[in-house]
Design a protein around this ligand. Structure first.
Ligand SMILES: Nc1ncnc2c1ncn2[C@@H]1O[C@H](COP(=O)(O)OP(=O)(O)O)[C@@H](O)[C@H]1O
Ligand SMILES: [Mg+2]
Length: 363
């Protein structure tokens, strides 16, 4: 069992507060991903959980026990860093066993744990090698293996795949997801890469400037982002944002007027807003479709063909930039004008004040 609960956790370095009151629950067996831009406080938060740094205020509770002032070594967690430090003069076996040898564990038990970890990570053939005789991916697996042999209550990962090339990252992503299932372990994983977050997480925690912006399952964040920041951060290519106003016509439901087009948005409670309220609308590239001359004219500036998908970038008459994603390959050419429209029910509306909160869809 490993439940973790943070309440009102704050962290300052000198005068500067970096984390501004984090509340968070991690359930036993969950794969939780902290995601957010560089510098938002992900590593700091993970280090507080690990006990490598002390909180300035707030509490950390592990399996019902307050561990806020408990030393790292006594928390029973283990951390894998981006710059995994293996001992260069030791073999893979010795690296995996390191940390267990100073405990009262029996040699045969250590041996069993090392072989089990090596087996899980396909390192069994490499146990006699030194780190310099391994590829980058193999080294990273040894670093992960080292935390497996310790049988931690919770695995903590700080951008462990950032130093690997793109192909290896995809492969390790799958391996980590499988490892999570095989071990039924609780894992907290930090990344700035929203694709890693979307593909691996049971639960994503989106951080920005030392604050939690939203917590949810990957598709909940994609379908119902709480605010403009989350909407822009989750999803690739990025959501398109446009200025718009709410219009109430006497003879019909409220609409949104954007770039000269009146859009209906029956899925949103637009009636709650006063007529002429300025809002920001968000439409994902995959939620735009080709239309007719009554729709938005997009002057095409760049066409990216990925084979199975095409991204068409361009500008509207107002000069607002827009990207549309099309299934399959396209004959659309740079310099041409195409007509596009949002797919019904897929428009997001963000209020202009404060954190630009998203309107919740009708129940
Ligand atoms: N030991 C430290 N002393 C002072 N400032 C720090 C220290 N560690 C981190 N910071 C600052 O805290 C902020 C968050 O850093 P970090 O948690 O590393 O962000 P992330 O991992 O999300 O990129 C940054 O502005 C960073 O400069
Ligand atoms: Mg970091």
């Amino acid at each position: 069992m490993a439940n973790l609960s943070l309440s009102s956790v704050r962290k300052s370095f000198g005068q500067q507060e970096i984390l501004h009151g984090i509340d968070l629950d991690v359930q036993d067996g969950e794969f939780v991903v902290f995601v957010g831009p560089s510098g938002c406080g992900k590593s700091t938060l993970l280090r507080l959980i690990a006990g490598l740094d002390e909180v300035t205020a707030g509490d950390i509770v592990l399996d019902g026990k307050t561990v806020t002032r408990v030393a790292a070594a006594e928390r029973g967690l283990s951390m894998v860093f981006q710059n995994y430090a293996l001992y260069p003069h030791m073999t893979v076996y010795q690296n995996l066993a390191f940390g267990l040898e100073n405990t009262p564990m029996k040699r045969s038990d250590i041996d069993q744990r090392v072989h089990k970890a090596a087996d899980l990570l396909q390192l069994s053939q490499l146990l006699g090698r030194k780190p310099r005789q391994l590829s980058g991916g193999q080294r990273q697996r040894v670093a992960i293996g080292r935390s497996i042999t310790r049988q931690p209550k919770i695995f903590l990962f700080d951008e462990p795949l950032s130093n690997l090339d793109a192909e290896l990252r995809v492969q390790m992503r799958l391996e980590l997801s499988k490892l999570h299932k095989d071990l039924r372990a609780t894992m907290i994983y930090v990344t700035h890469d929203q694709v890693e977050a979307m593909t691996m997480a049971d639960k994503i925690v989106v951080l920005r400037d030392g604050q939690v912006e939203q917590v949810g399952r990957p598709l909940d964040l994609y379908n119902n982002p709480a605010n403009r920041f989350v909407a822009g951060f989750i999803g690739s290519p990025r959501m398109n944002f446009l200025g718009a106003t709410v219009t109430h016509s006497p003879d019909g439901p409220p609409r949104i007027s954007a770039e000269g087009l009146a859009l209906s948005a029956a899925h949103l409670p637009l009636g709650q807003l006063q007529a002429q309220t300025p809002v920001t609308i968000g439409i994902r590239p995959e939620h735009l479709a080709l239309g007719t001359a009554q729709d938005w004219p997009l002057e095409v500036s760049v066409v990216e063909q990925l084979g199975n998908t095409s991204y068409v970038h361009g500008t509207l008459p107002s000069a607002a930039a827009l990207t549309i994603a099309l299934n399959d390959q396209t004959a659309i050419r740079v310099g041409s004008t195409i007509f596009i429209k949002p797919i019904a029910g897929k428009v997001h509306v963000f209020l202009r004040a404060g954190t630009e909160v998203a309107m919740k869809p009708n129940p």
